[in-house]
Design a protein around this ligand. Structure first.
Ligand code: HEM
Ligand SMILES: *[C@@H]1O[C@H](CO)[C@@H](O)[C@H](O)[C@H]1NC(C)=O
Ligand SMILES: *[C@@H]1O[C@H](CO)[C@@H](O)[C@H](O)[C@H]1NC(C)=O
Length: 194
């Protein structure tokens, strides 16, 4: 009996340590906020995406999947590290901009799909890592796609007043086009919302 118990431990050795290692973030993209730079690193497995954002701010940061590079109808990962408590806050949000009035609505999704992996800040930068299912079955989310996915990103030097308080407009923002990678399983956008 003792031998049977020991065997898996012996075989395990370094292998078990390997399986506990976080997902490899093998993709990398520079995010340009005018003169300032941020970074996104991400990885995929068959069910999830993990993304790590490094932004030049100690306030809030946001990274969104956008239909066309604009704000309207974007699915946004929003977060900050509280300057006082050092708590890392990650939120799943949805951005709308009225095409006539340009009024912006930046709401929490009813279903929160991003899970915090870690978040920290130093005097100049915030790093946040979060995981999400590729298929969330949430009508307020967009799929990660292979070809020409428009992304938007923004930051502000200060934390929001609270987790549900109003968010002050960005001091810097940008957009880009990303290929999230061939490892992405073929998720038909039409079927994304389940
Ligand atoms: C409180 C919420 C927000 C407000 C009030 C707001 C407001 C605005 C306004 C007035 C503009 C017009 C141009 C400018 O003044 O810079 C703009 C542009 C832009 N914003 Fe926001 N924004 C908000 C949140 C966000 C977030 C969370 C993101 C990214 C995830 C974002 C990304 C952008 C981008 C990429 C543009 C340029 C759009 C284009 O070129 O068509 N915004 N925003
Ligand atoms: C895929 O990644 C997610 C998020 O990190 C993790 O929870 C899940 O266990 C991973 N699945 C596999 C098969 O590795
Ligand atoms: C703060 O973090 C950023 C991003 O990781 C890094 O580039 C920078 O060197 C750090 N600053 C200090 C003072 O450690």
């Amino acid at each position: 009996m003792l031998k049977l118990w020991c065997l898996p431990l012996v075989l395990c050795g370094s292998w078990c340590a390997v399986s506990a290692v976080p997902m490899q973030l093998s993709h990398f993209m520079t995010l340009s906020f005018g003169a300032a730079r941020g970074f996104a690193r991400w990885g995929l497995n068959s069910t999830h995406v993990e993304i790590e954002l490094t932004f030049p701010t100690t306030g809030w940061m946001a990274f969104g999947l956008s239909p066309d590079g604009g704000m309207d109808d974007s699915d946004v990962l929003f977060g900050y590290v509280d300057d006082t408590s050092r708590e890392a806050v990650i939120q799943d949000r949805y951005l709308e901009q009225d095409p006539a009035t340009y009024r912006v609505n930046f709401q929490l999704d009813d279903q929160q799909d991003w899970k915090l992996v870690y978040g920290m800040q130093n005097n100049t930068h915030t790093i946040m890592r979060a995981a999400r299912k590729l298929q969330t079955c949430d009508k307020q989310d967009h799929p990660f796609t292979r070809d020409g996915q428009n992304v938007i990103f923004a930051l502000h030097p200060r934390d929001p007043a609270g987790k549900t308080g109003p968010i002050i407009k960005h001091s810097a923002r940008g957009n880009s086009i990303i290929d999230f990678g061939e490892a992405l399983p073929a998720i038909n956008a039409a079927k994304f919302h389940c």
